[in-house]
Write a protein that binds this ligand. Structure first.
Ligand SMILES: Cc1ncc(C[n+]2csc(CCOP(=O)(O)OP(=O)(O)O)c2C)c(N)n1
Ligand code: SF4
Length: 250
């Protein structure tokens, strides 16, 4: 019988700690499939961040480091510069990448570090119980905005791909989602390209993955995906925000 689907070799065969219906598991699989297909697990170092994916080092069959909150791109910079033949990726939530880690994110991009950033945007601080994140939507109810995010006091959400695409050092920035089969397939393509870019020495590549947090959104997993589709994607349009490959062809 022909095998049409199997667990990637670069994913450790253990039960994950993520909540039922959490999309972190899907994104882990896409990263692991990419490592298998590019045959790079043996020279890859992943940098886990702080957030629900803090234990990502338990799940990938490659070397892993766990960075302090927000510092993953700085740690990745050091790893990549010390060993340019390695493949280095970070795996970060929106609290990690777009709040405490904003400086590291912006400056590693503007330096054009040849690393791959996987940015999981679920619009909330998942691990700590659902506080407002920089990417929480206007009027979104969170633990710290029980009446909804008031932009007059809490400001507007940060659109990371749009912001980073203005930086010359960014080679590639794409926003994808994992709410449907079609979007998961597109997310895989983007993640693979972000790793291939690094092999081709193209510079800083980021894939923002619009994700769900059913637990802290207070929704059943399927409802959370519907909410994502109806609320997050309109605010965070999917697509390629920067691709130096495409610009070179113009
Ligand atoms: C220096 C520091 N400040 C604050 C915290 C507490 N903290 C842990 S995880 C987290 C937010 C993580 O949210 P996010 O990055 O969106 O990831 P998610 O859990 O949603 O996947 C915070 C504030 C910490 N661990 N270290
Ligand atoms: S709290 Fe949210 S982001 Fe964290 S594992 Fe649970 S569903 Fe996923």
């Amino acid at each position: 019988m022909q095998t049409v689907f199997e667990k990637p070799k670069s994913l450790v065969d253990v039960a994950m700690h993520y909540c039922p219906g959490c999309t972190h598991g899907i994104i882990h699989r896409l990263v692991a499939e990419t490592m298998d297909e590019l045959d790079i697990a043996g020279k890859t170092v992943g940098v886990a961040s702080v957030g629900c994916s803090v234990c990502a080092y338990n799940y990938f069959e490659c070397d892993m480091v766990q960075a302090p909150h927000g510092r993953a791109p700085a740690v990745a910079t050091g790893l990549k510069r010390a060993n340019p033949d390695s493949v280095v990726f970070t795996y970060q939530g929106d609290g990690d990448l777009a709040a405490i880690g904003t400086a590291e994110t912006v400056h590693s991009a503007t330096r054009g570090e040849n690393i791959t950033v996987i940015f999981v945007n679920n619009a909330i601080y998942g691990m700590t119980g659902g506080q407002m994140a920089p990417t929480s939507l206007p009027n979104m109810v969170t633990q710290t905005t029980p009446y909804g995010r008031d932009v007059k006091t809490a400001g507007y959400p940060v659109r990371v791909c749009e912001m980073l695409s203005t930086l010359t050092g960014t080679a590639y920035a794409e926003r994808v989602a994992v709410d449907s089969v079609k979007n998961v397939l597109a997310a895989k393509k983007a993640i693979k390209k972000a790793f291939q870019n690094q092999l081709d020495k193209k510079g800083f590549s980021i894939v923002e993955v619009i994700s769900s947090c059913p637990t802290n959104w207070g929704m059943e997993p399927v409802k959370a995906l519907e909410w994502l589709r109806e609320n997050m994607i309109p605010y965070y349009p999917l697509g390629v925000y920067k691709d130096t490959d495409r610009e070179a062809q113009k």
